[in-house]
Every structure is written in C-alpha cells, then in structure tokens.
Design a protein around this ligand. Sequence first.
Ligand code: 13P
Ligand code: SF4
Length: 326
Amino acid sequence: MENQKIVEEIMRLKEDRNAIILAHNYQRDEVQEIADFTGDSLELSREAAKMECDLIVFCGVNFMAESASILSPEKTVLLPELEANCPMADMIRVEGERKVWKSFPGYREQPAFVFPHDFTLRDMKESYPDAPVVTYVNTTADVKAESDICCTSSNVVKVVESLPVDQVICIPDRNLSAWAAKMTGKKIISWDGFCHVHDRVTAEDVEKARKEHPDALLMAHPECRLEVLDLADHVTSTSGMLRYARSSDHKEFIVGTEVGLLYRLRKENPEKTFHPLRSDMICPNMKKTRLTSVLTALREMKHQVKVPEDIRVRAVKALDRMLEIV
Ligand code: 13P
Ligand code: SF4
C-alpha cells in the first residue's frame, strides 16, 4: 500500500477507535507527521495523563508506553513495535538476576561514585538507606516502583534540587548523574548505565564539529558524557533543544542528540541550519516504528502495554511526584 493510503487508513481507524497518536522526537519523519502530539519524555508523560481518548498509540520505546499506561490506567496503550525497547532502561534490575553489561559496545570503567553494573537497585538502597532514589524515566515500571521520584532529561536538576538532602541515589544513567552532580553540587550516587547512542560521542567529536562549523552553537543532551557537556553551549532535553533553537538569534547549530530531532528542528526553523554532532547518533529502537506498524497496531489493537496493578500504584507515585514539581 502506498504511504498516502496508509495514512488515510490510519486516520480513519484513529477516529473509529477514539485514539490519539503520541510520537517521541526521535521517531521517523513520516511517523512524526501523523502524530497528534510530538515531544520529549516529560511532555509525552504530561500529554498521556491529560488526553481525553480511549486509546493511545505510543510511537516511541517501551518505557514511554509503560509510563503512559501507569499514568492513564483507564486507557488502552499500544506500542506498535513490541521490540522497540531502550537498552539503558533494560540495564538496571531491582533485585535478582544481575545482567553483565561489560560486553555492551561503549562500555568503559567509571569513577568511584558509580555503582558497577552488576549491583542491583536493592544493593544501592541497602548501602545508602537514607538517600532518596531519583529514577530517570528511562527505566522499567518495577524500578520506578522502588523509587522516591522520577526525573527526565529536562528536569533532573530541578528534581534533585527539590530534595532536602545533600546525597541522592540517581539511576540508571551515569552521564545524567554526573551532569546533575555538577549542576546541583550534591553528592550523587550513580549506577553504571548509559545510552549507547549518546555515550559514544567524545570531546574529539566536538572539536571536529566545531572546526567544521565554527559559527554554530552546540546543543547537547545530558545523556552525553560530561566531557562533551562541558564543551556545549546549551545542555537540555530534545524539546529543550527545540525551544532553544527557536528563541535564539543564532542561525547555525550543532545538534548533540539522536538525529531524528533534526526533522522538527529544520521544519520549525527553515531559515536556520542544523548539523548532527555525529551522523551515526541513531537509535535503532526508535526507528523500528513505521507507518505500517501504526496501521497494524490500530487494526489489530496490539501490542497492549499494561503494568501489574501492585507495581503501577507504586510507580505512579514516583511519576506524580515529578509531575507535581515540574
Ligand atoms: P528526551 O526526554 O530528552 O526526549 O530524551 C529521551 C531519550 O530517550 C533520550 O535518549
Ligand atoms: Fe534509549 Fe538512548 Fe534510544 Fe533514548 S536514544 S531510547 S536512551 S537507547
């Protein structure tokens, strides 16, 4: 079926089922085009919580659809591609089986404050019983359920600052934690997780991009290494980059995040120029969802994402607490 026909069929089914389509900023261009709302993790959580509909088709990765279901248990949430997962979200475990990530591309040894990957969240809590747990939304529901508060890339600094203590556990991303430690001055007890898309970028890549585009400002996502963030003009979430590029008088930008964001940046700012920091910053999981996946999801009502109620009621507290303060 040609794209136009697929889009028409998606729109018809969407209306029949009283559905809305949410898409993350990294989705394929054509998927972003058919979405009712496109945004970063925080915006998508907010939209999922307030949207009036029976069905949410979530074009993103599994932890995002899971959060939508946690926040809106009365709605049916579909993840069109079952295999669209986030490797970072799948790294940390609450307890039990310990996965060894040393063989994962991009793995490197970390400074002392980072708990190695073979420790579980329970191990961390036992070691630091008085430290509240701040959990990045890029985690599974059972990890959120064991946490005090969630955060996203756009609000991690505010979330950590909101806690009346000097020491917090922040999981699972070591780079986001290092950024939070730098910005808040608090002691952050981190875990050894990372995003393989952002963690591959180095200070040398920044140097090279700056040489190629000497007039451009560098925006970087806090999942990048601190050595990269230290060289950036602005560190923020994907939607934070959209706001920064829109409001800046500058005409040229280097974009330090997944290349899918370039679609919206260019569309919303046709008079400005955007260069990827590295052209291989591609998240394969975010690219799994195609127009045909959305069509099949709506036709066959799959794949339904549901969190067991005993986990959901605990996980929603951590998400709600975040949504209350930012
Ligand atoms: P944002 O919340 O900035 O959109 O990031 C989500 C993500 O998965 C980054 O890799
Ligand atoms: Fe996960 Fe990284 Fe992909 Fe974001 S870009 S979904 S953190 S693997």
